[in-house]
Design a protein around this ligand. Structure first.
Ligand code: NAP
Length: 198
């Protein structure tokens, strides 16, 4: 599976590590361009490839890991992503660390409107970086990763990828209801949950 990261900062790099460990290729992008990502890519290994935003059309699954304040610009900059699976890992947190006023909408509904032709799945945004970076296997249990989305096939693809990362995916339903629970300020946000065998 070809994957890509839009915004290889803290979270993007953390997810890229999981992708590479699972044996998939990942295109790394950021705002500064491919040349600035060479060292990061080298550290991640041969499956990580520095790229420019125009190159992400080669990916089937694209992780969106930019700050909330940068989303509108990114939406203008990306190539045509029609039909691509867009994995929304963002949270509606402004640069002064306050929550954006979403007027009752789910954050991912806003992201979906900015990237209208994509098949959006929300996941991993509910964890701080340390829980994304950590080994998801805890004793004989697995750390839970919530998934929300309206496109069942896209959600299954992301859930299977999360299983390859060794998380236990839990489906919260659609974007309007499920993703609200996992976004910053939601009932399930920031909880470090491990599922153990019965
Ligand atoms: N940090 C956490 O614990 C955490 C946990 C869960 C979710 N999140 C969410 O994850 C998202 C990313 O957070 P972060 O802490 O990883 O942020 P970050 O370290 O600041 O990384 C953001 C990345 O976005 C890139 N970027 C900015 N504008 C861009 C553009 N126009 N095109 C392409 N790339 C662009 C930046 O590129 P440059 O490097 O070139 O500037 C940078 O690589 C946020 O929405 C945050 O709320 C964060």
């Amino acid at each position: 599976m070809q994957t890509a990261i839009i915004g290889t900062g803290q979270i993007g790099e953390g997810i890229a590590k999981k992708i590479v460990k699972a044996g998939h290729s990942v295109l790394l992008t950021n705002n500064k361009g491919a040349a600035s990502l060479k060292e990061k890519a080298t550290n991640l290994g041969k499956l990580a490839i520095p790229a420019d935003l125009k190159d992400i059309v080669k990916a089937d699954v694209i992780f969106l890991t930019v700050r909330w304040s940068h989303l509108k610009q990114v939406a203008k900059d990306v190539p045509n992503l029609q039909g691509k699976i867009l994995v929304d890992v963002t949270n509606p947190i402004l640069d002064d660390m306050s929550y954006d006023d979403l007027k009752g909408k789910a954050a991912s509904e806003i992201v979906q409107n900015l990237f209208p032709k994509t098949r959006l799945v929300k996941t991993l945004n509910h964890y701080f970086l340390k829980w994304i970076d950590a080994d998801p296997k805890v004793d004989d249990g697995k750390r839970v990763a919530f998934v929300s989305g309206n496109d069942i096939e896209a959600k299954n693809t992301v859930a299977n990828l999360l299983k390859e990362f060794e998380f236990k995916p839990i489906d919260l339903g659609d974007i309007a209801t499920g993703s609200k629970l996992q976004q910053a300020g939601g009932a399930l946000a920031a909880l470090n949950i491990v599922s153990y065998p019965a």
